[in-house]
Write a protein that binds this ligand. Structure first.
Ligand SMILES: [Zn+2]
Length: 237
């Protein structure tokens, strides 16, 4: 089977798409193309709805990559959905949730650019997000970070997307800021995200096209996670 078309990369703002079912396994279905982002890189899988040829609509509870990485599995609310390969379905993502993920994920890149030390982990959520830093002797302050990240947001930096080959990435290991979230390998070229004048790194997440779309954010908490490590929490205002 040919690899799924990742329509969420062609246009991360697309909310609806008609697709064809390519495989069914219980409550999980695969499509020839999808706007549903699969869990990965610290960003949750999308939720939404799928409507089949019989007019019945099912909730999509989660989205995951297949074990081989070249397909995307959508978890429906039941295995009695009646869908089969070849069926045409109308799909729709929970846009409000996804747009929050896009705003949050781009803010995580801004936050990372403000703290020039290794990132040891992170997660993006619609309500709150966090990044873990191996801070060493570096000092950080909640109010100062909040001021500086909001300044980057208001400066309206464009966000651009590209690709890098695995070989190119191997030659520039410094590009990967996050030690725990390595970009996915073995699926061809790796996607890159450039926040103009601010940040450039390999990242498979979905992002806004301009930092001004993020709106105001706040560093809500800096948690002590051992001698060198700090967990920085961020919320949308
Ligand atoms: Zn990212």
């Amino acid at each position: 089977m040919s690899a799924v078309r990742r329509a969420y990369y062609d246009d991360s703002y697309r909310k609806e798409l008609t697709a064809n079912v390519t495989a069914v396994n219980g409550e999980w279905i695969e499509l020839d193309q999808t706007i549903f982002y699969p869990l990965g890189g610290g960003q949750p899988g999308d939720t939404g709805r799928v409507t089949g040829p019989n007019g019945r609509t099912h909730q999509v509870l989660d989205t995951r990559k297949s074990d081989t990485g070249d397909q995307i599995k959508h978890q429906l609310d039941t295995d009695e959905h009646g869908l089969k390969p070849g069926d045409t379905v109308d799909t729709e993502i929970d846009w409000e949730r996804r747009f929050k993920h896009m705003r949050m994920h781009t803010s995580m890149h801004l936050l990372g650019s403000l703290i020039p030390v290794p990132v040891t982990g992170g997660s993006v959520g619609a309500e709150k997000s966090r990044l873990d830093f191996d801070l060493g002797e570096h000092q950080i302050d909640k109010e100062d970070l909040t001021t500086r990240i909001n300044a980057l947001i208001e400066d309206a930096h464009p966000v651009a997307f590209g690709t890098i080959t695995e070989a190119e990435l191997d030659e520039r290991p410094g590009l990967v800021r996050t030690m725990s979230v390595q970009p996915p390998r073995g699926a061809g070229d790796i996607r890159t995200v450039r926040v103009e004048d601010v940040d450039f790194q390999p990242c498979g997440g979905t992002h806004v096209n301009n930092t001004s779309e993020i709106g105001a954010v706040r560093v809500s908490k800096i948690e002590n996670k051992g001698k060198r490590n700090r967990r920085v929490h961020l919320v949308l205002e």
